[in-house]
Design a protein around this ligand. Structure first.
Ligand SMILES: [Zn+2]
Length: 339
């Protein structure tokens, strides 16, 4: 099969590799219908995170080709969506809704899903079958559910977005944009997007943003305060992972407010005095996407939401290198790879 490999920072190859096989009795093999490049794939691409000839990709949708003898809930031929963490969905942590911290978890990035086929561990716990074979135009949205939609959703839930709330969103990548969509679905009254890119502002508004702030840092925070009677937002989504973004998020929240942080942290340090002094709630980390998949699939299946709009560039798997380049240069929000 063909699979995307990052040979070193900034270098992407598509290699011929052996087809995956069932290893554990709880595994399934899926044939991908589509895959994609994640903003988090840019950390190693830019050399911020170490990388040596590593398989890439952790988002996936596809059709089950083979199941291990212990797999019961999905069968050959099912169209399935799974999270970027494989999880048993039965341990105490999973049952509490934190499947991304499952005691038996496997990060799908270690297996790589920018490929034609993929082995999915703990198939019963990880995969959710759709009601039938999806129409072709639903596939991008179902793929978005695998990570960016589920992550944006978790961020909005962690930030306690809901009726009567003003939600501010730091980060206008796919996760931030889908955090806007999630906040809207959860009933937020006002949604403020930080963005200085016209195309992303447009999508933010389509997903439910009511206000756009182009300023960053302290200037951006001052604008949020202006919009909220000097108090700050009730709920803030942090979808970047840098120190600057985290500080902007914390300072944008009102005392007692909630910050949901889902940008993969890189050298973020929160001063204790700041945390003590602001009186805010902080919750985040890798999103337990599996928890939300049944609900998200239903919303997509019934065409209530269209998160697939975040894919603004589609390329064949063989041109993955071009996709990475486009996302790195911010020419594309998110790249879908056809297989
Ligand atoms: Zn578990």
């Amino acid at each position: 099969m063909r699979q995307v490999v990052m040979t070193k920072p900034g270098e992407i190859a598509v290699e011929d590799r052996a087809d995956p096989k069932i290893i554990e009795a709880t595994d399934a093999i899926i044939r991908l219908s589509a895959t994609c490049i994640c903003g988090s794939d840019l950390w190693p691409y830019r050399g911020v995170q170490e990388v040596h000839h590593q398989v890439m990709g952790h988002e996936y949708v596809g059709v089950v080709e083979e199941v291990g003898p212990e797999v019961k809930t999905v069968k050959v031929g099912d169209f399935v969506v799974g999270s970027f963490w494989a999880s048993d969905n039965t341990c105490d942590i999973c049952q509490a809704g934190y499947q991304s911290h499952c005691v038996h978890r496997t990060i799908m990035g270690s297996i790589g899903t920018q490929s034609e086929l993929a082995r999915i561990p703990l198939a019963d716990g990880t995969l959710v079958a759709t009601p039938g074979q999806p129409a072709a135009d639903l596939i991008p949205s179902l793929l978005a559910a695998s990570d960016v939609l589920g992550t944006g959703w978790f961020a909005a839930v962690a930030a306690q977005a809901g009726p009567g709330k003003t939600v501010a969103v730091v980060g206008d990548g796919a996760v931030g944009l889908l955090g806007i969509l999630a906040a809207k679905q959860l009933g937020a009254e006002r949604i403020v997007a930080f963005s200085r890119h016209a195309d992303r502002q447009k999508l933010a508004r389509e997903f439910g943003a009511t206000d756009i702030i182009e300023e960053r840092g302290d200037e951006g925070v001052a604008k949020v305060k202006d919009l909220t009677g000097g108090l700050g937002a009730h709920s803030v989504i942090e979808a970047v992972g840098t120190q600057e973004a985290m500080m902007q998020a914390i300072h944008s929240a009102r005392p007692g407010g909630h910050v949901g942080f889902v940008g993969v942290s890189h050298d973020v340090n929160i001063p204790g005095e700041l945390l003590f002094g602001t009186g805010i709630h902080l919750h985040g980390g890798p999103a337990p996407v599996r928890q939300y998949l049944p609900e998200l699939i239903k919303l997509i299946w019934n065409r209530k939401i269209d998160p697939g709009k975040v894919f603004d560039l589609t390329l064949p798997l063989d041109q993955a290198a071009e996709g990475y380049e486009a996302m790195d240069e911010r020419r594309a929000i998110k790249v879908l790879l056809t297989v």
